[in-house]
Design a protein around this ligand. Structure first.
Ligand SMILES: [Zn+2]
Length: 440
């Protein structure tokens, strides 16, 4: 369904008039208001942005009446192989250990290509309808029991080409890369055009032990030998002594590692001393590490204890990272699986919740880039997801004018343009999943 406020079909050449665009999403310097919004007319020709002019330049076209125009979203950290499994495998207590135990049991019993593919595809359809055009997914990869995950990824990446650009990353404990299986898994990643990833925590100072360092160097050498980028789940804990992000940044600097590294979660910086956290942040800036934060999942999982009100938001030091020049993105992470009971791959929801949880407002600044052009650049997606002449007209049009209108409501009546055409994309019905995971 295309929302009724917008024409269902358009000519190949038209103007969007009286649009407002966050200036952080523009490539041209333009006057903006106190919320960072620039008033513009935007010409779309043959599926691309052909001209950008001050609002009121033209008289013909679709009058957006100051509604906001954003580029399509980039979701730089999700888990499409786990998605939608909640009905058959809920997290009994909502904790991180509870999530891990549930996923291990579920994966061992059910995860075949026939099980993963319809759930993965369902997640992509949700994302497409909400206006996302690029996704990086992690895939549980316990070699040799990861072939189904990677086969589904390659198939759906090709099937979805042109609609959602897909990347995939391994996720398994760092220790899994120690032996021959680690090399075989790295080969699978290289042959699939993927990214090398692992997860680790370093409770009790483990990250400074020689054994940990040997494992980390082995992991780096596997990536270096194959020219792979990295994407890591690190320090997803409230234990301040876990300092694996620090170890990763030091190792990258010592080895002169040049490929991109994205680090996810790193929740515990906010419970470390300022001195420790700031030192790690400076190392990340020096090493060229990007940070991706998963605010909805981490607020759900972290600081949870039955009968006790949570005291902690679970997020990392996003403002301090940004001030140090480290790129910071936000992403969905898990949706309707034991790590997060909710979520729908809606990056406007992620941005809205991130604004509230991390106080990305007053001023709003350039945080709108954290769900669009920042993850596009950090992950190396083909389209850089900004409003620029020559860019594909992959746009999300909102009725919300000011930032508080935009963030006060879910913007369910948004219009998604792909190659300049309105997308007729309805959200899939959860009932479709009953045949795969059982009815709730
Ligand atoms: Zn994750």
């Amino acid at each position: 369904m295309i929302p009724s406020w917008f024409p269902a079909s358009l000519p190949a050449d038209f103007w969007l008039r009286h649009a407002q665009v966050p200036s952080a999403l523009l490539d041209v310097a333009t006057a903006a208001d106190a919320e960072g919004l620039a008033r513009l007319d935007i010409r779309i020709t043959d599926g691309a942005i052909a001209a950008i002019a001050p609002a009121g330049t033209v008289r013909e076209g679709i009058d957006l009446d100051r509604g906001q125009v954003w580029p399509c979203f980039v979701d730089g950290h999700v888990h499409l192989d786990k998605t939608q499994t909640w009905p058959r495998r809920p997290n009994a207590d909502g904790t991180h250990p509870g999530a891990k135990a549930a996923v291990i049991a579920d994966r061992g019993k059910y995860y075949t290509e026939d099980d993963i593919e319809p759930r993965f595809d369902f997640g992509l359809r949700c994302a497409l309808a909400h206006g996302t055009a690029a996704i990086r997914t992690h895939l549980d990869s316990y070699w040799p029991n990861a072939k189904a995950h990677w086969a589904v990824f390659r198939r759906l990446r090709d099937a979805w080409s042109g609609r959602i650009e897909l990347q995939a990353v391994t996720i398994c404990p760092l220790e899994r890369f120690a032996g021959d299986d680690g090399a075989a898994l790295a080969d699978e990643v290289a042959n699939s055009g993927g990214v090398l990833g692992m997860t680790t925590t370093g409770e009790g100072g483990r990250a400074s032990s020689p054994e940990f360092q040997d494992l980390l160097d082995r992991f780096f050498s596997l990536a270096e030998d194959r020219g792979l980028a990295m994407d890591l789940h690190l320090d997803e804990t409230d234990d301040a002594s876990s300092r694996t992000l620090d170890a990763v940044a030091r190792t990258a600097i010592r080895r002169g590692f040049k490929a991109p590294i994205q680090a996810g979660h790193v929740c515990n910086l906010t419970v470390q001393s300022d001195e420790e956290a700031i030192s790690t942040i400076a190392l990340c800036a020096e090493a060229g590490v990007s940070i991706i934060n998963l605010p909805m999942c981490n607020m759900y999982l972290q600081g949870r204890e039955a009968g006790r009100t949570p005291r902690w938001r679970g997020i990392t030091m996003v403002h301090e990272f940004r001030a140090a020049g480290v790129p910071v993105s936000f992403a969905s992470d898990n949706c309707r699986d034991p790590f997060y009971a909710y979520g729908d791959y809606d990056m406007m929801e992620v941005y809205r919740e991130a604004v509230r949880i991390a106080q990305l407002d007053h001023p709003y600044g350039s945080w709108t880039a954290s769900v669009t052009r920042t993850p596009a650049a950090a992950c190396g997606f083909t389209e850089r997801r900004r409003i620029a002449i020559g860019a594909r007209a992959d746009l999300v049009l909102f009725r919300g004018r000011s930032m508080t209108e935009l963030l006060a409501r879910p913007q369910s009546d948004r219009v998604v343009l792909r190659d300049g055409k309105p997308l007729d994309a309805s959200l899939p019905d959860f009932r479709e999943m009953d045949a795969v995971v059982g009815a709730p």
